[in-house]
Design a binder for this molecule. Structure first.
Ligand SMILES: Nc1ncnc2c1ncn2[C@@H]1O[C@H](COP(=O)(O)OP(=O)(O)OP(=O)(O)O)[C@@H](O)[C@H]1O
Ligand SMILES: [Mg+2]
Length: 341
């Protein structure tokens, strides 16, 4: 079956001014990312700040043009299309943004905001559109009377529900949610994640769910891809990633996720990575994670590890040192214990 989204070797390099004068440098924001999302599937995309997640999302939405690579939406390569040709496909993919405060037009009522995609794609007449918006509001858990309100008259969580109503108005086959909860109060984060999952199961759209919050990613995703410095370094299904992370980077990320059981939480070791992610202007040679990796060896500086099968084709990781499945990850013997909080 044709995947809803198929990204192949996506590269996005930004040219930026470096220091004084006219000298420029290249930011390798995304450096060869491939991923696919099947119908009705949720792919979680995780990684530290600056790893390139939003840049991938923006290339898929064509908010920015990729440097190279292809993005196929339901089989059509959208990277080669003109703006006009893309407009016809624009219906297939919609996005919910991180900041519900700046992503809704303050001069439009919430009803107008949710109706806008329907008008843009000339779907239905005025009365039918208005009914549809009422239904959408109910679907996202808002009182339809709120259609008359302006975004500033709503709470952050309510605004994000309006953002969801807008994104789902034309029933896209793919929803891109870039950090949809990170700007929200902790108390409403869970309700928005629950809502997203309910809507996804009800409407059956595929979703690229970008988030820092690994607990939320674990909750909604079928599969997860981990990014580091513009590359995907590990990808597998949710259960396997959380049960058996193989890349030392993934292990470190997951070790920071709190578990609900206090006894287990106390016994867990937190893997502390030294330093910060290197600059994507000047990434390390070979394996880009080697400068912080607790098990790096000299060979890691020489060649770049490619994403390869570590447990059949369902589990891929990019590391020179990972052995066959079942072998204990070498990282466990060398971790530093985090000081108790
Ligand atoms: N328009 C731009 N011009 C130059 N550099 C950019 C631009 N957009 C992003 N970058 C750089 O590309 C890299 C990846 O940025 P991106 O926003 O994709 O990261 P991210 O993984 O979404 O981070 P976060 O979790 O903080 O949202 C960063 O180093 C960033 O500074
Ligand atoms: Mg981002």
């Amino acid at each position: 079956m044709t995947p809803v989204l198929e990204v192949t070797d996506l590269v996005k390099h930004f040219r930026v001014r470096s220091g004084l004068g006219d000298s420029t440098a290249v930011v390798r924001a995304v450096d060869g990312v491939s991923l696919r999302i099947d119908r009705g599937e949720v792919l979680g995309l995780v990684g530290e700040s600056g790893s390139g997640k939003s840049t991938v999302a923006k290339c898929i939405m064509r908010l920015i043009e990729p440097t190279s690579g292809t993005v196929r939406l339901n089989g059509t390569d959208i990277t080669g299309l003109s703006r006009r040709q893309f407009r016809a496909l624009r219906r297939e993919v919609h996005m919910v943004f991180q900041d519900p405060y700046s992503s809704l037009n303050p001069r439009m009522t919430c009803g107008q905001i949710a109706e806008e995609p329907l008008r843009h794609h000339r779907i239905g007449r005025r009365v039918a559109r208005s009914e549809r918006v009422g239904d959408l509001f109910e679907k996202v858990g808002l009182n339809p009377q709120m259609r008359a309100r302006y975004p500033h008259e709503l709470s952050g969580g309510q605004r994000q529900r309006v953002g969801l109503a807008r994104a789902l108005a034309v029933e896209p086959s793919l929803l891109i949610a870039d950090e949809p909860i990170s700007a929200l109060d902790v108390s409403v984060q869970a309700s928005i994640v629950n809502l997203l999952l309910e809507l996804q199961q009800d409407m059956g759209f595929s979703c690229l769910f970008v988030a820092h919050d690994l607990a939320a990613v674990e909750f909604v995703s079928d599969r997860i891809a981990v990014m580091y410095l513009g590359k995907i370094v590990e990808t597998t299904d949710r259960q396997r990633l959380f049960a058996e992370p193989r890349m030392p980077y993934t292990q470190a990320l997951l070790s920071a996720v709190p578990v609900p059981d206090p006894v287990e939480q106390r016994q867990r070791e937190r893997i502390l990575l030294p330093g910060e992610m290197p600059s994507p202007i000047n990434p390390p040679s070979g394996c880009s994670f080697r400068t912080r990796c607790p098990i790096a060896e000299p060979q890691c500086a020489e060649a770049e590890p490619l994403l390869a099968e570590v447990d059949g084709d369902a589990h891929l990781a990019a590391c020179h040192l990972i052995g066959p499945a079942g072998e204990a990850p070498k990282i466990r013997s060398t971790v530093e214990r985090a000081p108790p909080p």
